[in-house]
Write a protein that binds this ligand. Sequence first.
Ligand SMILES: [Zn+2]
Length: 149
Amino acid sequence: MKKHEWESRRETRTEHRKWEDSLDGVAYWLGDLPVPESLESMIIRAVHRLPSAAREFVYYNCQFASSEDGVVRMRHVPQARQPWLITVGARHVDESLIIHEIAHAWLGHEWDPQRGELRITQQDEEVACDLTRQWGFEGEGTERIDRPH
Ligand SMILES: [Zn+2]
């Protein structure tokens, strides 16, 4: 391969990586999210702020839906292609709450095989809060409070 061809391939790869790290790239990989537009852009912004390995984990393991009850919850749906279903309520949501649920999934925390709900210990909860903070988020998702999951 001639030098300029190699350089141009390297440039293409660099460009591609830049695109993958952009909001557009994240939106592309998340695909169409069945949620209202304001929630969609919040999810995209939140996932965009994750380290790239965690971002890829989300692309392959998490799906999102909206819910009526105004909170963020997560269920494990083993038969789904992306087994973690995160439902996001329209009210009272911030990025850290979405990332908190992603942290539980990333950490491989236990779930109830019948109901699909997380079965977490106090320690699991603390670790998820800490990881949410380590990933650069502030807010309720980093606070050790009694929350629905
Ligand atoms: Zn939690």
